[in-house]
Design a protein around this ligand. Structure first.
Ligand SMILES: Nc1ncnc2c1ncn2[C@@H]1O[C@H](COP(=O)(O)OP(=O)(O)O)[C@@H](O)[C@H]1O
Ligand SMILES: [Mg+2]
Length: 222
């Protein structure tokens, strides 16, 4: 489903990915580990079509993902709906006036019928136990609350692939447990997960496949 072939990426002069080959099948749960600065977040940005290979190729469901391909609005919409990405810093993702609007934003953008927008919004608010925050402006929430809102936003798009960068960081124990349960259910439902984490327990409980990146910005399956 996801295929990287000899992908390289550099910021200005800073190399961040070196000849990365990666195959992910539908239903896999890939956990990626590696030291700070090795290129994990860069890899995820690339998988999300935020940046593009400077060398090599990226295919999603046999479509090559390039800057040019994503200029096609229909294609871009399809692709971004398939890939749900939870940012490491939830602040960069939240911009609506209320939590409810924030969660409904994606489904409205997808032009779903009003009843379905409402249903998805309610389901996602309930799933993360944030119904009582619905009127609140997202930027005044605590870090953990913001994370739940971001997750609800992503899930309201019903993505095929969920990509998480350190999903447990900064969450209290109860929220961590809730999130772990949710991710396991998501995976059990046949969806694909890509998770960056330093958390051993999360890696063990969630991963079916494991990759490690090193300081040379190479990726190896383990
Ligand atoms: N926007 C950027 N501009 C320049 N260099 C960057 C930028 N983002 C990351 N880097 C560099 O690219 C390398 C990989 O970064 P990153 O993918 O964030 O690593 P990780 O997530 O594994 O900690 C690091 O050397 C980092 O300093
Ligand atoms: Mg990172």
């Amino acid at each position: 489903m996801i295929r990287l072939e000899k992908v390289c990426f550099a910021y200005e002069k800073e190399i961040a990915l070196r000849y990365v080959d990666l195959h992910i099948e539908k239903g896999d749960s890939l956990v990626i580990q590696g030291p700070n600065g090795c290129g994990k977040s860069t890899l995820i940005k690339l998988l999300n079509g935020i940046i593009f290979p400077s060398e090599g190729h990226y295919f999603y469901k046999d479509h090559e993902i390039t800057e040019k391909a994503l200029k096609d609005r229909q294609f871009a919409k399809w692709f971004h709906q398939q890939m749900g990405y939870v940012f490491q810093n939830a602040d960069t993702q939240l911009f609506c006036g209320s939590v409810e609007e924030e969660v409904a934003f994606g489904p409205i953008q997808m032009r779903l019928p009003e009843a379905e927008v409402r249903e998805r919004t309610e389901d996602c608010l309930r799933l993360f136990g944030i119904e009582k925050l619905r009127e609140r402006p997202p930027y005044h929430l605590s870090g953990g609350e913001k994370r739940k809102v971001s997750l609800a936003c992503i899930l309201s798009l019903n993505p095929e692939v969920l990509i998480l960068d350190e999903p447990l960081a900064g969450l209290d124990e109860k929220t961590q447990d809730m999130l772990l349960t949710f991710l396991k259910d998501f995976h059990r439902a046949g969806k694909t997960l890509i998770t960056i984490t330093h958390n051993r327990q999360l890696a063990e409980e969630l991963g079916t496949h494991f990759a490690v990146m090193n300081e040379e910005h190479e990726l190896k399956m383990v």
